[in-house]
Write a protein that binds this ligand. Structure first.
Ligand SMILES: Nc1ncnc2c1ncn2[C@@H]1O[C@H](COP(=O)(O)OP(=O)(O)O)[C@@H](O)[C@H]1O
Ligand SMILES: [Mg+2]
Length: 231
């Protein structure tokens, strides 16, 4: 689903990604752990083309976002980005919109999906995530865990093939990490490929099929943990 080779990214004179290699199989939950400042967020943003890298190859579902340092055309980039769902660290919900409006915003406004269809699909996703009663609530009325599930619902509404999470537990009460791991695992059971970056090793062990670590811009170990499903 995702293959990265020799990925390099500098901010000015400082190289943050120093030749990252990794592979994520379809349906797998890969967690990348590592200390703060190690380049985790930069890596995730690069996969979503929110950062432009200097060298390397990023292949997503058989399509090259970047091939040996050369990016795909604008049209191709748009198609590739459609395959990726992103749940940001602070959730980034629109505060003035209800839960349902948050979820249907991009499908209707950006991708032109008919409103009735978008609402029906959003309601199905909310049901799956146990949020049916919250569809008319506003973000300020929700708990941290609920906000995060809305952020997940919003990403799912775009029907991504690959879901990316940046520090999914950082804004949550530690008691909620089990719940987040459960939601992510249930998505994976439906065939979703998932990439999570976190510095929370306990959460990583609960959610992951496989854990690798990144430090100082390089993947330093490809096998610190493997639950065996890939054997
Ligand atoms: N937009 C930017 N401009 C300059 N430096 C940046 C920028 N974004 C991140 N960095 C630097 O890159 C390094 C890695 O950051 P980041 O990818 O956020 O790490 P992590 O998510 O692992 O904490 C840090 O030293 C950070 O200061
Ligand atoms: Mg980060």
């Amino acid at each position: 689903m995702l293959k990265i080779q020799g990925l390099r990214k500098s901010f000015g004179d400082i190289e943050v990604l120093k030749g990252v290699n990794l592979e994520l199989k379809t349906g797998e939950i890969l967690v990348i752990v590592g200390p703060s400042g190690g380049g985790k967020t930069t890596l995730l943003r690069s996969i979503n083309y929110l950062e432009k890298c200097n060298a390397g190859t990023i292949e997503i579902d058989g399509k090259y976002l970047m091939h040996e340092g050369v990016y795909a055309s604008k049209g191709e980039l748009k198609e590739i980005r459609k395959m990726i769902g992103m749940v940001f660290q602070g959730f980034n919900l629109f505060p003035h919109m209800s839960v349902l409006e948050n979820i249907i915003e991009a499908p209707t406004r950006v991708f032109g999906k008919p409103k009735a269809k978008a609402i029906k699909e959003a309601q199905d996703i909310l049901g799956f995530l146990g949020l049916t009663e919250k569809e008319n609530s506003y973000p300020f009325e929700l708990s941290g865990g609920q906000k995060q599930r809305v952020a997940i619902a919003r990403a799912l509404a775009l029907e991504p093939k690959l879901m990316c999470f940046d520090e999914p537990t950082s804004a949550l009460d530690p008691a909620l990490t089990d719940e987040v791991a459960k939601v992510i695992k249930s998505l994976s059971q439906k065939g979703m490929s998932t990439l999570i970056i976190t510095h929370d090793m306990e959460f990583a062990k609960k959610a992951a099929d496989r854990i690798i670590s990144i430090d100082n811009g390089i993947i330093i170990d490809d096998h610190i943990y493997d639950n065996g499903i890939n054997d």
